[in-house]
Design a protein around this ligand. Structure first.
Ligand code: SF4
Ligand code: SF4
Length: 237
């Protein structure tokens, strides 16, 4: 009998707290708003492509709430890293990667592999013909990005990678990996403006000019950035 009473009492306590959460919101004038801070009253319908609101829970936020993902999101911070991407220069589509293979050598789980492009005369050209990363094996360590001497591989923040297939779709090819320098500058504004990255970019730009001056301008096969689909949208910025 005692056990039954305690069970019923526990349910009433839960119910009371549940109702109180609404009462607190109604008294604070937030009754018809998302508890996480979203700006829409009734946004069950299409929001005409508007970006989901980003919500924060800092020292000024009252109460405890559930972030209603994907209608609401927590902010993605600049240093948040998920998977690597390859950068091409926005202004001329130049793929920075020279296929030097360093990232593949330092990658702890060995999930990067590539092959070099060739000129029309069959000579090796310092750009990748193929470049693959198995994203199911990648452990998001960022070592490839740290070691790349050409500022060509960077860590991206996009974490929405789910799909219906477990194998081939997660082996990303060159076309999947390429993003523009402009995309990177938007997702990593602080790093982009830092003295360290500016110096690195200048160094890489000099190497690029030297390579072009050495007569390596013959078109590689294929020219990867030209057929690049639109870069993915930055997440939470
Ligand atoms: S991404 Fe960087 S380290 Fe990797 S092959 Fe290209 S240039 Fe070399
Ligand atoms: S982030 Fe780490 S595991 Fe992933 S590809 Fe780069 S080096 Fe390899």
């Amino acid at each position: 009998m005692d056990i039954g009473q305690h069970l019923i009492r526990g349910h009433f306590i839960t119910l009371r707290r549940f109702l109180l959460t609404f009462w607190v919101d109604i008294r604070a004038g937030r009754g018809l708003k998302r508890r996480g801070g979203g700006t829409f009253w009734f946004d069950f319908f299409d929001r005409n492509g508007e970006k989901p609101p980003t919500v924060t829970q800092d020292s000024k936020t009252s109460g405890v709430f559930t972030v209603e993902y994907p209608d609401e999101r927590l902010p993605v911070y600049e240093r948040f890293r998920v998977l690597p991407v390859l950068i091409y220069d926005q202004e001329d589509g130049y793929v920075r990667c020279t296929c030097c293979n360093i990232c593949a050598k330092v990658c702890p789980p060995q999930c990067i592999w590539m092959s070099k492009a060739e000129t029309h005369h069959g000579e090796p050209y310092p750009q990748p013909r193929e470049f693959f990363i198995d994203m199911d094996v990648c452990m998001n360590c960022g070592l490839c990005s740290e070691y790349c001497p050409f500022d060509a591989i960077k860590m991206d923040q996009n974490f929405e990678l789910s799909n219906y297939e477990r194998h081939q779709t997660h082996v990303y090819s060159l076309q999947d990996l390429l993003v523009s320098s402009e995309y990177y500058s938007k997702t990593h504004p602080e790093a982009w403006e830092s003295a360290e990255e500016i110096a690195e970019r200048n160094k890489v730009a000099k190497k690029k000019q030297q390579r072009l001056q050495k007569g390596l301008t013959a078109a590689p096969t294929p020219a990867p950035a030209a057929s690049k689909p639109a870069a993915p949208k930055p997440v939470g910025v």
